[in-house]
Design a protein around this ligand. Structure first.
Ligand code: MSP
Length: 511
C-alpha cells in the first residue's frame, strides 16, 4: 500500500566540535535512503539534518584550538554540509542552532513551558559530563566515570529545572499507546524500564559558561544544550508558528533517527518537553547500532575515525552507501573492515549486479540494433522471472517500513541471482542465430527486470541507478515506484552505448 501522507524524517544534528566521520555518515545515509524511498513512493517528504553548535563542549573545543566558538562553529558546520553533498544526501533543509529562526523558537518553547508551570528555579548539585553533555546520578557512575566512559565533574550551580518527574506516568502511557514510538523493540524495553525506575527533575540551564541561548528574562543562564538541540526538529518547521504550512503539515515527525547513545534524550526528555508544551510527541524514534573499525572502537586516542571523504575516494560513493546498509541488520552493532567492503563491492555489486546489467545491455546492443527488443510470445521461465520482479516492490516496501534495509537489499539481490541463473539457462547468445525471436523475448524480459532493479535500488545508490536507467532510456518521469507497474520498456526505443556501472575494486600491490 502506498500512501500520500507527508513524511518528516530527521538525522541528529551533529556536534561541531568533531569533524564528520563514518558514524555520522551512517545515520545520514540511512535517513537519505528512507527519504528517497518515500519520495519515489509518492509521499511529500521533508528531510532535515544540521549541526548542534552550542554548549560547553563546543566552547571548550574552540578554546583548545584558540578560536572563538562562533569561528569553530562556522568552520565545522560547513564540514557537515559538505559531507551531505559528498554522500549525495537529499536533505531539504540544514539547520544550525546558532540561526535566529532556531534561537527564537527555543526561547518561545521555554516561555511556553514556563507559562505552563513546567519550569522552576532551584539549586543543582551533581555530576556532569561535558563530553556527553549529560547529567548523571551517583548510582549511574561506573568507576567514577559516566556509563559512556566519559569523565564527569561535580557541579553546583543555580539552575532552572524542568518538572520531568511529573511526566513519568504520562510518558509510560504514551509508550503503551504507541508501541512503535521507540524502535527496535529491545530499545523500547530499555527506555520503558528506565522510566519505570523513576524520573528526577532535569536541570535545563547552566550559569558557568556562556556559549548558548540565553534564558528569556534571566540572561545569566544559558539553556541546556540538549533542550536547545532537540527543539531544532520543530524550529526547522517554523515553530513557534504552529499554523505555518510546514509545522501543520510535517509535525509530528515520522522518524527521528538516532544512534543508541542518544536514545534517552530523544525518547524520554523530548516527548516530555513536547507534551509539556502542549505539542504532539514524535511518531517514532529509531536507535541504530554503532560501528567499530577493523574490530576497534573509533576513538581520539586511536585516531581511527574514518572521514567520509576517505571512504568515497577509496571505494566510490554508491558502494559505500550500499555496504553501510547491507552489511548489518539495522539496529545492531557491526564492524567496518576493508575486507568486508571489498567483498561486497566485488561480489554483490561488480559480479552479481554489474555483470548482469553489462551482459544484457551488450547483447541488446549487438543483437538488437541497440533498441529495446520486441517481447513477442513469452515462455514460462520469462513470465516467472517477470512475476518475481513485479512482486518485488511489495516485499521491499514491507522491509523498508520496518527499517530493515539489509532485508530490502537481500530481497533485491535475490532477483539479481534469479536473473543471472535465467541468463545462463536461456543462453541468449546461442539463440541469436537459431531462434532470434526467442532471443528477443529473453532479452526483453531481462531488460524489464533490469528496469525494476534499477528503480528499486535508486534510494540506496542514486548515482548508479541513474546510469542504469539512462542506459535503458527510461524517461525521467518514469523512474518512480508507480512507474514500475505502469511504464514498461517500449520496444524499439533506442538505447545508448552500454557502460559498466560497478567497477571491480583492485587492491594496490603492497610496496
Ligand atoms: N549533537 C548530538 C545530537 C543532538 S540531536 C538533537 C550528538 N551529536 S554527535 O555528533 O555526537 O553524534 C551524532 C550521531 O552520530 C549519533 O546518532 C551517534 O550515535 C552517531 N555516531 C557516532 N559514532 C558512531 C559510530 N561509531 N557508529 C554509528 N553511529 C555513531 O550526539
Amino acid at each position: 500500500m502506498t500512501s500520500d501522507r507527508p513524511f518528516f524524517i530527521t538525522t541528529p544534528i551533529y556536534y561541531v566540535n568533531d569533524l564528520p566521520h563514518l558514524g555520522h555518515a551512517y545515520t545520514t545515509v540511512a535517513c537519505d535512503v528512507l527519504a528517497r524511498f518515500m519520495r519515489l513512493d509518492g509521499r511529500r517528504v521533508r528531510f532535515l539534518t544540521g549541526t548542534d553548535e552550542h554548549g560547553q563542549k563546543v566552547e571548550q573545543s574552540a578554546r583548545a584550538v584558540g578560536v572563538s566558538p562562533q569561528e569553530l562553529t562556522d568552520r565545522n558546520s560547513t564540514g557537515f554540509r559538505e559531507m551531505a553533498r559528498l554522500l549525495d544526501i537529499s536533505n531539504d533543509d540544514f539547520i544550525r542552532t546558532t540561526e535566529p529562526r532556531h534561537i527564537r523558537g527555543v526561547q518561545a518553547l521555554w516561555q511556553e513551558l514556563e507559562r505552563r508551570g513546567e519550569i522552576y528555579l532551584g539549586n543543582f548539585a551533581g555530576w556532569y559530563s561535558v563530553r556527553d553533555e549529560a547529567f548523571y546520578d551517583e548510582n549511574e557512575l561506573v568507576d567514577g566515570k559516566a556509563p559512556s566512559g566519559a569523565d564527569v565533574e561535580w557541579l553546583e550551580e543555580e539552575n532552572y529545572f524542568f518538572r520531568l518527574s511529573a511526566w513519568q506516568d504520562r510518558l509510560l502511557a504514551y509508550y503503551e499507546a504507541n508501541p512503535d514510538a521507540i524502535a527496535p523493540r529491545g530499545r523500547r524495553n530499555e527506555v520503558m524500564s528506565f522510566v519505570r525506575g523513576g524520573l528526577r527533575d532535569l536541570s535545563i540551564s547552566r550559569t558557568s559558561f556562556s556559549w548558548g541561548i540565553p534564558v528569556p528574562g534571566n540572561p545569566k543562564h544559558v539553556i541546556y544544550v540538549w533542550l536547545d538541540a532537540l527543539v531544532n526538529y520543530i524550529t526547522a518547521l517554523g515553530y513557534p508558528d504552529r499554523e505555518s504550512y510546514d509545522f501543520s503539515t510535517f509535525w509530528p515527525a515520522d522518524l527521528h533517527m538516532v544512534g543508541k547513545d542518544i536514545l534517552r534524550f530523544h525518547a524520554v526528555y523530548w516527548p516530555a518537553f513536547l507534551m509539556a508544551a502542549g505539542l504532539e510527541p514524535p511518531r517514532c524514534v529509531f536507535a541504530h547500532g554503532w560501528w567499530t573499525v577493523e574490530g576497534q572502537k573509533m576513538s581520539k586516542s586511536l585516531n581511527n575515525f574514518i572521514p567520509p571523504k576517505q571512504l568515497v575516494d577509496t571505494y566510490g560513493l554508491d558502494p559505500v552507501r550500499y555496504f553501510l546498509l547491507r552489511e548489518l541488520p539495522f539496529g545492531s552493532d557491526g564492524d567496518f573492515s576493508h575486507r568486508a567492503v571489498v567483498g561486497r563491492l566485488n561480489g554483490d555489486l561488480a559480479n552479481d549486479f554489474g555483470n548482469l546489467a553489462q551482459r544484457v545491455l551488450v547483447m541488446i546492443n549487438r543483437n538488437c540494433e541497440a533498441r529495446v527488443p520486441e517481447a513477442g510470445a513469452l515462455d514460462a521461465p520469462d513470465t516467472a522471472l517477470l512475476e518475481a520482479a513485479r512482486g518485488l516492490p511489495k516485499t521491499v516496501r514491507t522491509h523498508i517500513s520496518e527499517r530493515a534495509f539489509h532485508l530490502a537489499l537481500e530481497s533485491i539481490w535475490r532477483l539479481v541471482g534469479e536473473a543471472n541463473r535465467y541468463v545462463d539457462e536461456q543462453a541468449p547468445w546461442v539463440l541469436s542465430r537459431s531462434e532470434p525471436e526467442r532471443m528477443r523475448a529473453v532479452l526483453y524480459t531481462l531488460a524489464e527486470v533490469l528496469r525494476h532493479l534499477a528503480i528499486l535500488v535508486e534510494p540506496f545508490m542514486p548515482g548508479s541507478a541513474r546510469k542504469l536507467l539512462d542506459q535503458l532510456a527510461v524517461p525521467e518521469a518514469s523512474r518512480d515506484f508507480a512507474a514500475l507497474a505502469h511504464a514498461p520498456l517500449v520496444a524499439g526505443t533506442q538505447l545508448p552505448k552500454p557502460e559498466g556501472i560497478f567497477p571491480r575494486f583492485v587492491e594496490e600491490p603492497a610496496d
